[in-house]
Design a protein around this ligand. Structure first.
Ligand code: HXC
Ligand code: NAP
Length: 296
């Protein structure tokens, strides 16, 4: 199917060096794979070196691109600076950053310790602004028109119970995206974000849809387009946003969720009404209209 195929032309990311945080697993790995296929030099970084090494090895066998795997906890500025310095040493410069690392799990908020809140907010919000700040300084100093892509969530706008630290942190990431998009536009630096709906990954599913829940609440029933996302769909959008094809776009947040976030529409419960019921409803409303005209 078309949405499972790569969208940009060959070489669309040639000569670009892009750092993807959390690039060893899940959506980060899918973006790394596609960006490499499009000719980018890739750097993946996260806490677990062995996971990064195994992904780098795998991607080297399925693409012709170059990849570097560097351990980095995004909560530690000195480790971020090491990733940037090693990337410059290896590839010459850095052109793009995908802030994709995250920590998250479902829990009633009143059960959380202070540390449990901090761990999520620190990875998502602090990690994202530390990395963006470090690269922004480097780009401005060296007059490089860098691009940032932040991976957010749809509940950054709507809020969501049971993932409150993640919702707070992702909302902060959106505020940063829009604020810096304006402030750094003068330097030619662009920032955009994607708000994905459900895209199955081991990391998210283990922490957000454990078996206990997955069997009871299926996404296919809740999502207007009746399916979860395919990783290539997200990688296609991400490749566009990190590439020069999106040169006129900044401060934008694009939702990619099969319509899930629209579910809060006040009259969406009418999805359950059958055609026969609509016939009756239409008659009832028209009768009411006629009666109200008579009594005028
Ligand atoms: C209550 C919990 C908990 C749980 C952890 N904690 N899990 N509290 N319920 N289920 C508490 C711990 O008790 C501890 O607090 C504190 O959180 C830190 O836990 P650690 O295990 O010590 O932390 P750490 O090893 O650093 O792990 C971080 C993590 C973990 C965030 C807790 O889940 C992780 O490594 N996540 C990375 C990957 C990830 O989360 N991927 C999903 C992204 S999906 P105390 O006080 O007891 O010491 C996403 C969007 C999904 O973001 C949207 C879907 C549609
Ligand atoms: P994932 O595979 O668990 O990815 C999270 C990544 O973050 C992991 O590679 C993890 O690697 C890294 N990470 C965690 N803590 C880190 C830290 N302190 N420093 C550096 N890296 C760290 O889950 P995913 O589903 O692909 O999520 C990717 C992104 O998409 C996240 O931003 C998530 O919020 C977003 N998202 C996902 C979905 C979905 O349905 N999957 C929906 C909406 C948004 P290490 O453990 O090695 O550090």
């Amino acid at each position: 199917m078309l949405h499972q195929e790569g969208m940009l032309r060959d070489g669309a990311l040639a000569n670009k060096t892009i750092i993807i945080t959390g690039g060893g697993t899940g959506l980060g790995k899918s973006m790394a794979t596609y960006f490499m296929k499009l000719g980018a030099n890739i750097v993946i970084c996260s806490r677990r070196q062995e996971v990064l090494d195994s992904t780098a090895k795998e991607l080297e066998t399925i693409t012709t691109g170059k990849i570097l795997a560097i351990a980095c906890d995004v909560r530690k500025p000195e480790q971020i600076e090491n990733v940037i310095a090693t990337t410059i040493q290896t590839y010459g410069q850095v052109d793009g950053l995908v802030n994709n690392s995250a920590g998250n799990f479902i829990s009633p908020t009143e059960r959380l310790s202070y540390k449990a809140v901090d761990v999520v907010v620190d990875i998502v919000l602090r990690g994202t602004y530390y990395f963006t700040l470090a690269l922004g300084k480097y780009w401005i100093e060296n007059n490089i028109k860098g691009t940032v892509l932040n991976i957010s969530t749809t509940y950054a706008w709507t809020g969501s119970g049971w993932v409150v630290p993640s919702a707070m942190a992702k909302a902060g990431v959106l505020a940063m995206t829009k604020s810096l998009a304006f402030e750094w536009a003068d330097h030619g630096i662009r920032l955009n974000a994607i708000a994905p709906g459900p895209f199955p990954t081991k990391g998210a599913w283990e922490r957000l849809f454990p078996d206990e829940l997955a069997t009871k609440f299926s996404f296919e029933k809740r999502i207007p387009l009746e399916r979860v996302g395919d990783h290539q769909e997200l990688a296609n959008l991400a490749a566009y946003l990190i590439s020069d094809y999106s040169a006129y776009m900044t401060g934008e947040v694009i939702t990619l969720d099969g319509g899930e976030v629209l579910g809060g529409g006040q009259f969406n419960f009418l999805k359950e009404v059958t055609d026969d019921q609509w016939d009756d409803i239409e008659n009832e409303i028209k009768n009411a209209n006629r009666n109200s005209k008579k009594s005028e």
